[in-house]
Ligand binder design. Structure first.
Ligand code: NAP
Length: 293
């Protein structure tokens, strides 16, 4: 697995720690943009599946760092796909809801035409296409959205910090998507790998929300489990009131029926996953306190 240290890779690590069959490689151990290193690692590893969680994920920074974003998100996956083809391994590659333009008024199907609005979205779409061209139908591409989990910095950890430090907050309330716990995504990707799935799959938690809805839920659940001592006011604002370098889709909920049929169930509602994540986070903090950490 590439991108060890990232939030999705941390979830895979947690889920597979008992069986020990999965090897996790950080950027320093496997830089996916380095053809020689990719070839050498693949020759040595003789693995059945490669899971690519490595990516350039700084959506706003990518606007002024296009070359690096395309190197990591498009050329890196192409090199991995070529190495998988050469060594007879399957590739599971992770992509994003940001390949869509957000103009839809119903959840995006895997067959819908992409139309990325940002450098990040274009680089991820180029990665999907490079993988599909190289592996001609043998690839598994999993699009997800609004990911959080592990010890990395993400929307949930940022909100928890701000909700603890500030007297009030304003959060964008006119972009709709689905918050997704990295554990849900990792579990369902393992299910897709077991099912020998091919082509594009959409995997997120269930339901939909705005960033404002998500922030309110984080505040309320964190307060209930004792991670916050207070519930500060959160104000809904428009995208125009919170300008960012990268444009984001106004609506990027992904249709998951095809994947749910294959897996025989559907993902938990995003709020259920959030509750689980925050109660796990509370448990980790309590363990650290008990152990004097
Ligand atoms: N985060 C989201 O909200 C979101 C939403 C939709 C889709 N996705 C997709 O989901 C996947 C997993 O995302 P994530 O949130 O787990 O990402 P993440 O936490 O940012 O982790 C990405 C990892 O990739 C590593 N990396 C960067 N460049 C690399 C290179 N050249 N070679 C090898 N490793 C490299 C990073 O290492 P360094 O930290 O050392 O650079 C980091 O450990 C990605 O494909 C992402 O595009 C994410």
């Amino acid at each position: 697995m590439t991108g060890a240290g990232g939030q999705l890779a941390q979830a895979f690590q947690e889920l597979t720690k008992e069986d020990g069959t999965c090897v996790f490689l950080s950027k320093s151990e496997l830089d996916i943009t380095d053809t020689t290193q990719v070839g050498a690692v693949m020759a040595e590893a003789s693995c059945e599946w490669v899971v690519n969680t490595a990516a350039y994920t700084a959506v706003d920074a990518a606007e002024s760092d296009e070359e690096e974003a395309f190197q990591v998100n498009a050329e890196g996956p192409r090199r991995l796909a070529e190495a998988c083809r050469a060594h007879g391994a399957r590739l599971a590659h992770v992509s994003t809801d940001f390949v869509f333009d957000g103009a839809a008024n119903r959840p995006y199907e895997t067959s819908d035409e992409p139309g990325p609005l940002s450098v990040y979205g274009r680089s991820k779409l180029a990665g999907e296409r490079a993988v599909a061209e190289t592996l001609s139908g043998e690839e598994l591409i999993v699009r997800t959205s609004w990911l959080y989990g592990g010890r990395s910095s993400n929307f949930v950890s940022t909100m928890l910090r701000l909700l603890g430090d500030r007297d009030e907050l304003s959060v964008v309330a006119d972009q709709f998507g689905t918050p997704t716990w990295a554990m849900t995504l990792a579990r369902r990707m393992l299910g897709l790998i077991d099912a020998d799935a091919r082509g594009i799959h959409h995997v997120t938690d269930s339901g939909s929300a705005t960033w404002y809805d998500f922030a309110v839920a984080i505040r309320d659940v964190a307060f209930e489990v004792g991670l916050l001592v207070d519930r500060i006011p959160i104000h809904p604002i428009s995208t125009e009131e919170y300008p960012t370098p990268a444009d984001r889709p106004r609506f990027s909920v992904l249709a998951k029926a095809r994947t749910d049929r294959l897996l025989g169930d559907c993902a938990p509602h995003w709020r259920t996953s959030l509750e689980q994540h925050l109660s796990d986070a509370k448990g980790t903090l309590q363990d650290m306190e008990r152990n004097g950490g």
